[in-house]
Design a binder for this molecule. Sequence first.
Ligand code: I22
Ligand code: ZN
Length: 628
Amino acid sequence: MKTRIAFISEHASPLAALGGVDAGGQNVYVGELARQMAKKGYQVDIFTRRENPALPRCLQWNQHIRIIHVDAGPPEPVEKELLLPFMAAFRDDMLAFIRQENIHYHLVHANFFMSALVAMELKSMLHVPFVVTFHALGRVRKLHQGEQDRFPPERIAIEQEVIRQADQIIAECPQDKEDLINLYHAPAGKITMIPCGVNTEEMYPVDRQLARMRVRLSQDEYVLLQLGRMVPRKGVDNVIRAIAKLPYAGKKIRLIVVGGEAEEPGKGPNPEICRLKQLAKELGIQASVTFAGRKGRDELKYYYAAADIFLTTPWYEPFGITPLESMACGTPVIGAAVGGIQYSVQDGKTGCLVPPHDPEALAEKIFTLLKDQQQLQEMGKQAIRRVQTLFTWQHVAHKMSTVYEHIITRHNVAVSATVLEDLSAIDKAFDSLMTAVALSRRQLRIPLRDAAHRMCRCLLQGKKILVCGNGGSAAESQHFAAELMGRFEIPDRPGLPVISLTADTALLTAWSNDFSFDDVFARQVRALGRKGDILLCISTSGNSPNILRAMEAAREMQITCINLLGKDGGDAAALGEINIIVPSASTVRIQEMQLHALHTLCMLVEQRLYTPRPAKETTQPVAASLTL
Ligand SMILES: O=C(CO)[C@@H](O)[C@H](O)[C@H](O)[C@H](O)COP(=O)(O)O
Ligand SMILES: [Zn+2]
C-alpha cells in the first residue's frame, strides 16, 4: 500500500499563477515538493481553497497527485489576511471529502499557519500526525510590518499552539529555526532544517546573448533584474533608489522589474507598481527602469540568464525562492542579509549580501561587481554549484521523506502501544471477572438455592418481596423487581408482587430532605411490609446505613432478610437470614456477579412457580408439587 500524504495549502494552490500578490514561493513549494514526493512513491492529495467556481472538485494532476478544491468562503480570490474565518468551513469540507472517499492519510503536511490550524483539528479527530512548514511567521511579520500587518491577532496564538501540537516543524533556513526558538520557544529537537528547492529542469543557465534576444533586451547595456511579488515588503523601491545612485559604470544600466498580476479590464493596476513607477519618475530614472509585468514560468529563466546581476532586498524574507532560481541560471545575486537569503547567497562567493533599506550600500555593491566582470563570472559558476549540491527539489524531497518516515513510524509505534495497552486492560478485566465467576460458582450455589427457595415459599403464601440498594444496587433492585413483576424467561405468566423501594422519587427526596436519608428504606419497609414478606438488600459493602436501618425495621416486623453482598459482607451480614456474599474485593466485579445472582434467582423462582407444560395450561403455579 502506498503511503498517503495530505498537503494542505489553504491559499496557495500549485495551479495558481505566480507573481500575483498572494501567489509566490508557497505555490511553487507545494507543487514541486508534491511532484518529488510522488516520484519517491508517495500518493499526494493537495487540499487548497476553491478560488474559482469552474474548478473541478478533484483534479488529477498526475498519476500520483490530486488537487482537491475545498469549498471555504466565496469561490473567488480572497486576500489571505481575510481567510481565517473560513478555516472551519475548510476543515468541514476537507473532512467530508476524506469521509466520502474513505481515505486514511498517514501524514498531513500543513503549509502556513491556517492550514496548520486545520491539520491540528484533523489530528485530534482522525489521529493523523502532521508536519508544518510555516513559510512565514506572524511574530516576524509583526516586527517588520507593525501596524501594516493585517493578519488577525489570533495568528500568533494559533502558531504557538501549532508548534506545541505539530509532530515536526520544518524550518526553511537557519534564521527561520532561530526565530522559531527565540520568538516562539519551539523546542530545537522538534525542528528540522530543510531549505526550499529550485527546479533545475525549469531554471538552468542559458547563453546570455540568446537570453537577451529571447526577451528583447539590448546586448549593450548592463541588465539588473528584480523579480517577484509586487508588495512593499519586497523592497523594490530600495532597488530603484539604488539605481538612481549608481555612477556610470561604462555602459548604460537597465533595471527590469518582473512581477505583478496581468492587468484585467475593470480592475486597476497593482498599486505597488504604480507607486514604484512614480518613484522612478521622481528620481528621474524612468527611462532606465522597465516594468515587464508578470511572465510565464517558462520565460523566467531567460530573464534570469539575461541579467548581469539579480537584485532582491526585501525587509525580511522567510526563505526566498527567486535568489535560488537566479543562482540556478548562473546569475549572481545581491540580496538583503535577511532570512533565508543569508543562507542561500554566500557573501563574496555566489553574490553579495547588503543591509535592507540601504540603497547606498546596494549601489556600491552593484557598481563594484559590474566593474569586475571576472568575479561576476566566477560567482555565477559558484552559484550553480551551490544550487546543485544543496537546493534541488530532489535533495529537499530526500530530506523531507526522512522526516515523514520517522514520524509515521513513531506514530504507528505509539498507536500500537495504545492499542496493546487497551487490549491488555480489556484482557485483565475479563480475567478478573472469570476469577470472580469461578469463585462465586463454588461459594454461591447453596445460598442462591436457599434464597430462591425462601422467595418461592413467600410468594406462594401470598406474601411479597421488597428490594432495596444504593447507586448501582438501586438500579439492580428495580431490574430485579421488573423481571419478576413483569416476566423473565417464561411468557404469559402473572406478575409477582416484588416492589423496589428505590423507585419512588417523591418519597425518597422528601424523606431525605426533611428527615434523614438513612431512613428512606426503613420508612417504606414499615409502611409496606407485612409479617412473612422478604426484604432483599443489595449492597457491595454491606455497610450503607439506610440498608442496615431497613433490615432492623424488617426484623422487628418478622420480615425475612436476604442479603446480596460482597467483600466481607459488612455489618449487614450479621442481620441477614440468608447472605449471598460475592467472594471479591472489587466493587465492579461484585456488582457484575450480583447481577448474575439476581438473574439466577429470577430463573429459579420463575421455573419453580411456573414450569412450562406445553400440553396443559402454561401459566399455572405448580405450588402443589413443590416441596417447600
Ligand atoms: O455503581 C456503582 C459502583 O460501581 C455505584 O453507583 C455504587 O453502587 C454506589 O457508590 C453505592 O452508593 C454504593 O453502596 P453500597 O454498594 O456500598 O451499599
Ligand atoms: Zn457500577
